[in-house]
Write a protein that binds this ligand. Structure first.
Ligand code: 6PG
Length: 240
């Protein structure tokens, strides 16, 4: 994979044939830069279409980015947020992604329209119901995603049957990351988004990041071109 390296004041930018990499000294700096970029895209979507439909990630990484985003002067009542995936736990279980999203974003910005996945109903029922929830959206304006150490994104894991599904929202079983049962936006839906952003950080992701930069196909880089916001630890030479 050929790429050119351009250095800018805030970090280094690596443009590859499909992805745009922004590398920052730390997760904190990368999260703030991602928040700046996402805020611009939210404003542009609202300007163009009067609304912004954004997929938001679960996991631990996004918290700082959500906090930085919450400081932005945007028309929050025109933003609709949808979890990229949800873990099949009871409503209110602290392991659920919507609990993290609420704590870090929605509790700060109560006018955002949030559409939770009813994962408590079980993966199949929740996936069927959520297809209806997003049925009127032809393309999400922003798919803001995380990435796991195995290259998964949302709840689309390497080698999992859900990767082959063509429905907009899929039931996931045998997830290697607990819980085994989840609900996820599908590759089809993520590919259809107008824009994809991945925030990833930490030395634990350096190995998988090296494989991605070498061009290996993993769930995260099968979603299409990505604006990557990463820290130096996750793109360190140790990972190569
Ligand atoms: C989940 C998330 C998942 C997450 C990655 C990264 O339900 O686990 O949706 O896709 O984004 O696993 O998680 P961290 O940010 O905690 O590393």
């Amino acid at each position: 994979m050929n790429c050119s390296l351009a250095v800018n004041s805030a970090g280094t930018s690596r443009l590859t044939d499909m992805h745009h990499w922004m590398v920052y000294p730390s997760l904190d700096v990368a999260a703030k830069a991602a928040a700046d970029f996402i805020a611009e895209q939210i404003a542009a979507s609202i300007e163009a279409r009067g609304v912004c439909h954004m997929i938001v990630p679960g996991g631990n990484t996004p918290a700082g980015c959500f906090a930085a985003l919450a400081e932005k002067p945007l028309q929050w009542d025109k933003l609709h947020c949808y979890p990229g995936d949800e873990r099949c736990y009871a409503v209110g279980n602290t392991e659920r992604n919507d609990v993290m999203i609420t704590a870090n974003l929605l509790s700060r910005l109560t006018s955002i329209h949030f559409h939770p996945m009813q994962a408590e109903r079980g993966a199949e029922q929740a996936a069927l119901a959520y297809r209806k929830t997003i049925g009127a959206i032809d393309a999400f304006d922003i798919a803001f995603l995380g990435m796991g150490e195995d290259g998964h994104t949302a709840s689309l894991f390497p080698g999992n049957a859900a990767l082959q599904e063509t429905a907009s929202v899929v039931a996931v079983h045998a997830s290697p990351k607990p819980p085994a049962d989840r609900v996820s936006m599908s590759l089809v839906t993520l590919r259809q988004a107008r824009l994809r952003v991945v925030l990833a950080a930490g030395a634990s992701k350096a190995m998988i990041m090296a494989r991605i930069r070498a061009g290996e196909a993993l769930p995260v880089n099968q979603v299409g071109d990505i604006h990557w916001f990463v820290d130096e630890a996750s793109v360190s030479k140790e990972g190569e």
